[in-house]
Each structure stands twice: as C-alpha cells, then as structure tokens.
Design a binder for this molecule. Structure first.
Ligand code: ATP
Ligand code: MG
Length: 279
C-alpha cells in the first residue's frame, strides 16, 4: 500500500451538555462547517433523537430518509446522508410516533454498526447529543471516542457539565476540554473561574473556546443557515473557526490550562458539595 492510501484515523466527537439549550446543536453544525472549510471530511449526526433539529439549522427542512429509518433498518446510511455547506448531515426525523417507536426499540448493536459505517466515510464525525444523561445521551456519548461539552458561564451550567464529563469517563470517552458559549454578560463567571472550578472537580479541564453572545447566531438560525456561512466575520463565527483549528491541532489552546489560584468562596462550597474534598 502506498503512503497516499494511508488514512488518518477518523475522530468521533459527541457534543454534549448537562443543561438544555447551551448551544450544542448550533456548535455541532457550525464546528462541522468550520472543519469542512479547513479541508476535512465531516459528517454531523443528529443524536438528539427526541428533540431533533440539526437538519433545520443546516438548512435541510425536507429529508425523506433520516436516522430513524437507518436505526430501524429501513434504509442504509448512504440514503440518509445529505450534503450542505460542504459537509454531510445525517438528520433525525421529528414525527412523534417515530420518536417513540425508535427509542423503545433501538438496539446498541445497530447504533454501533451505523457509527462504524459513518467512520469509514469520514475524517470527523460530530454527534449532536441530547441534553442530560438519559438513554439517548448515553448512546451518543458512548458512540464517540471524544466528548466536547458546551456550557454557559454560570455555576448551574458548570455543575451539570461536570456530571456529563463524569458520565463520559465512566463510558470510556475522552474529554480534552470544554466550550463556554454565550459569554460576555456582566454577571457571567470569568473563564478563569470556569477553569478553576473544572480543575478543582475534575483535575485539569481547559476552556478550548469562548464563544460570545452574538445576535448573528439567532439571525442565522432564523434563515436556516449556519452562522459561520451567514456572517463569517461576526464574533461567534471567529471563535468557532478558531476552535476548529484547535480541534485539528493547527492551533495551540487559546488559554493556559488551569493553575493553582485563590479559590472563591462559591467555588469552594460547590467543589466540596460535589467531591467531598476541601477546595
Ligand atoms: N453564542 C450565541 N449567541 C447567541 N445565541 C446563541 C448562541 N449560541 C446559541 N444561541 C441560541 O441559543 C438557542 C439554543 O441553542 P441550541 O439549540 O444550539 O442549544 P442546544 O444545546 O442544542 O439545545 P437543546 O438542549 O434544546 O438541544 C438557539 O436559539 C441559538 O440560536
Ligand atoms: Mg439541540
């Protein structure tokens, strides 16, 4: 086999959060498109089986065949893959009857088969996971080798994110760092405080991206266009494109990983409550 036939190992990353609405779907779509524009082959999969909307964010509102058909064996993977904005999307259906039917019958072996098939066809597989730690989330985390949690800059979001990282550890999925989304408001935790909290509870957990609150994100969503395409120069798009470079290893971490610093009183109390250790 010549060197040209050698292929980098595909990477699979589940995009997760404890709390709902932190920005997982937005990040999955836009990080996918950003990785695509770096020349990578990318597939994004809607793993939020009950509340699917990744297809819509990617401008795919009418998909005859979807992930449900693939999971139930009615269709092959190739029939449910759609190309838009330079990457492939495997959307999920949203008919309530299908959701209930598929969720009650889905078999782990079939999920593994589908994931393996997708990994044969791509360099990056991003999975938009459901919030929380219910079955559908566990499937999405277990299906990927890496996990990328997205949280907002609040303590409640961080505590939920901590639980998701612990769950990923149990499932054997690796977490390199987290994304803090919708930053920039006065009462937000600072990135230092986020890293400090994560460092104290989990060892080291650097912030890989700080995505500001940006009205262009919702404007783009209304148009069903990923914001990195809709407004490439807006602050959220710039942060997501930088994150894509960190993920492929073209750029070093934007922040120094956590170091010992004075711990604030709230952080100390939360750390103590979660881990039983004194902060
Ligand atoms: N950086 C941002 N600035 C402004 N709005 C944002 C930003 N990120 C996400 N949003 C908006 O927040 C809302 C929730 O985002 P999204 O649907 O991606 O969250 P989610 O974590 O997938 O939610 P769910 O848990 O319900 O699946 C959307 O309307 C999205 O446009
Ligand atoms: Mg979502």
């Amino acid at each position: 086999m010549g060197a040209g036939n050698l292929r980098a190992k595909p990477r699979s990353i589940s995009i997760t959060s404890g709390k709902g609405g932190t920005g997982k779907t937005t990040l999955t779509a836009n990080l996918g498109v950003a990785l695509g524009s770096l020349g990578k082959k990318v597939i994004i999969l809607d793993g939020d089986l009950a509340m699917a909307n990744l297809g819509i964010v990617m401008g795919l509102t009418k998909c005859e065949t979807n992930f449900f058909d693939v999971l139930s064996g009615k269709a092959d993977v190739g029939e449910a893959l759609y190309t838009n904005y330079g990457i492939k999307v495997l959307p999920c259906g949203f008919r309530f009857e299908d959701v209930h039917d598929v969720l009650s019958k889905v078999k782990r072996e079939r999920v593994e088969e589908v994931i393996n098939e997708l990994l044969k066809q791509t360099e990056f597989l991003l999975i938009d996971a459901a919030a929380g730690i219910a079955d559908a989330t566990i499937i999405s985390i277990a299906a990927a080798r890496e996990m990328l949690p997205v949280c907002n800059p609040t303590y409640t979001s961080l505590v939920d994110c901590y639980k998701t990282v612990r769950l990923a550890n149990v499932l054997g999925s690796w977490t390199r760092g987290l994304v803090v989304n919708r930053t920039g408001k006065k009462a937000d935790l600072s990135l230092d405080e986020v890293e400090q909290f994560m460092g104290r509870t989990l060892g080291a957990m650097p912030v890989l991206a700080d995505i500001p609150e940006d009205p262009k994100v919702q404007e783009a969503e209304r148009e069903c266009v990923p914001v990195v395409v809709y407004e490439p120069e807006c602050s959220a798009s710039i942060a997501i494109n930088e994150l894509a470079k960190v993920i492929v290893g073209e750029r070093d971490l934007p922040y120094v990983p956590y170091e010992e610093r004075a711990v604030k009183e709230t952080t100390s109390r939360l750390v103590r409550a979660l881990t039983g250790r004194r902060a």
